[in-house]
Design a protein around this ligand. Sequence first.
Ligand code: OSB
Ligand code: MG
Length: 368
Amino acid sequence: MKITGVELRRVAMPLVSPFRTSFGTETERDVLLVKVVTPEAEGWGECVAMSGPLYSSEYADGAADVMRRFLIPALAALPDAGAHAAERALAPFKGHRMAKAALETAVLDAELRAAGTSFASFLGASRDRVPCGVSVGIMDSIPRLLDAVAGYVDEGYVRVKIKIEPGWDVAPVRALRERFGDDLLLQVDANAAYTLVDAPHLAELDAFGLLLIEQPLAEDDLVQHAALAKRLRTPLCLDESIESARDAAAAISLGACSVINVKAGRVGGYLEARRIHDLCRAHGVAVWCGGMLETGLGRAANVALAALPGFTLPGDTSASRRYYATDVTDPFVLQDGHLPVPTGPGLGVTPVPEILDEITTFREWIPA
Ligand code: OSB
Ligand code: MG
């Protein structure tokens, strides 16, 4: 498979409601999509970098720049560009994992479409549907939070995660337990908003039977996460800290976490995401599939990944309407708290051309 060229597209998708985390508030998703064209098939990839470098150092304009200058020329030089060859060709460039992941996913999609194989079967999925959780942003008040969560519970979500930050942690968790009881599967995500000095305060969350606390401390501090884990009964989960299978191995050996949120974009692609799954499974560390407000394209690949046997906790694989009134693909619709794993070749979904064109803000063709 020789690459003919790559199309970069920026699309603007308004969110159904603002999404606030400890690092910022999003009202619109500004997404970079890539389409890899080969004589055999076309493949799509979604870059999960956000518009600003607030979740991690990557951002959409930076991703487009590194793709254009370095990554796409390296892929274009390959005589035979499958996903494994693409991964090797991109490896010499440091960092930029979200940019690499988008391109590798597009190459893999083209390869699998040409072969008639689905992402799920290529990755080794063992289920045809996945249980879904929902990520709930920081709200202006506890009554608003309770209303939002009640809506998601009514829709059928099997697990709720709330975003926390200093000043919005113990009280909202207590209010959720009082309103929804102890059976609600509940977890919290701090996006690195605390320091080890907050350990006694975070330990107050132990009273509420949470599934886990996600990324309480800085992304580059595994050692302090290991110290914190010893002081909490609530299982500690890492997100931002895990950028590779090597990071996952280090975190496990240090005792820095007992759960990992796997996001293919954050770790450089679905091949590396699968390695983390395999490693964690061998060590008895639970994994679940995270999200980055993906469109239907990224969501399709995430749902396939979440169907692997080691994904034993519900992921942030919510339905399209959690974020978007109109998705770029046919929408993912919750059925009894689950999403069906796509079965068609490659991602199993394609953008609806009219919708794609309507939301496109920028388009560039890069010939190989
Ligand atoms: O930390 O998991 C996170 C969204 C953007 C950036 C980081 C995170 C999130 C979410 C939402 O929690 C996940 C989703 O529903 O897609
Ligand atoms: Mg997170």
